[in-house]
Design a protein around this ligand. Structure first.
Ligand code: IPE
Ligand code: IPE
Ligand code: MG
Length: 244
């Protein structure tokens, strides 16, 4: 940890947790085993994020498009999510972690909806780490929903002016900073409908490491690389000697 420049750490890390299936396949195991080991990575990464005082972590756990997977796999993922919530809720309380869902909770079975809402409610006053789990999430849908709500609010006379700030207030990530760093595991160089609005200027880091193998060392490597990036946001370096 000493090598990391704390002041340069991101305030918000987003992760596309990919590669569980391939991890299992390489071992001749069912895909479910990959998801089970992937959950262990979630625990590791959440704990380390909190230790590093990074205040926001958003994990892509299940996309809207993932509903098209075989029924048995979807069922397994829902079961794992339920037991994760059950086993980790106390830990989230102990570690002062606020749990939030980004995505459409209504797509889930009633029992899981109740569990998710209860976890959000119970942890709502925690503040050391905001842990967002993207579930039944689609970036395009999030933007469309925002547009629908804005139209409604304009009609009702609640708002008159729409700018980036107002727009962001209609997203699941309302009030949160945009991710500084987006990590994708398993080598796929694509965004897969994740946080489309929010990642406008996010630094992207792709690693070949599969999610179930993505533990402390791999995370530290990603964070270290991030601290060395130069973010320009379309501008030029302050002390740039380059001539126009
Ligand atoms: C990520 O691993 C977990 C989810 C999308 C739920 P995958 O299940 O996509 O694993 P691969 O990409 O098939 O290896
Ligand atoms: C993205 O992974 C979604 C999650 C990690 C939850 P996928 O495995 O679903 O994405 P594609 O199909 O490779 O784009
Ligand atoms: Mg995948």
């Amino acid at each position: 940890m000493s090598k990391l420049e704390q002041s340069k750490l991101p305030a918000h890390v987003a992760i596309i947790m990919d590669g569980n299936g391939r991890w299992a396949k390489m071992r001749g195991l069912p895909r479910a085993e990959g998801h089970i080991h992937g959950l262990e990575s979630v625990r590791n990464i959440v704990t380390l994020t909190r230790k590093l005082h990074i205040p926001f972590l958003t994990l892509y756990a299940f996309s809207k498009e993932n509903w098209t997977r075989p029924r048995a796999e979807v069922k397994k993922l829902l079961t794992l999510l339920g037991s994760f919530l059950e086993s980790e809720l106390q830990l989230m309380m102990d570690e002062d972690i606020r749990f939030r869902v980004v995505g459409n909770i209504m797509d889930f079975p009633k029992r899981l909806q109740t569990q998710l809402n209860a976890a959000m409610q119970k942890t709502s006053n925690n503040s050391s780490l905001s842990l967002n789990i993207a579930l039944s999430y689609s970036g395009r849908e999030e933007i469309l929903n925002a547009v629908r709500e804005i139209i409604n609010d304009v009609k009702m006379g609640h708002i008159t002016n729409i700018d980036e700030n107002v727009f962001q207030g209609y997203l699941y990530t309302k009030g949160m900073p945009d991710p500084d760093l987006l990590i994708r595991t398993s080598g796929e160089i694509r965004v897969s409908n994740f946080l489309l609005w929010q990642i406008a200027y996010t630094e992207i880091y792709v690693t070949d490491t599969l999610w179930p193998d993505f533990r402390e060392d791999a995370y530290m490597k990603a964070l270290t690389e991030y601290t060395k990036r130069e973010r320009r946001f379309g501008s030029v370096k302050e002390n740039s000697s380059g001539r126009a």
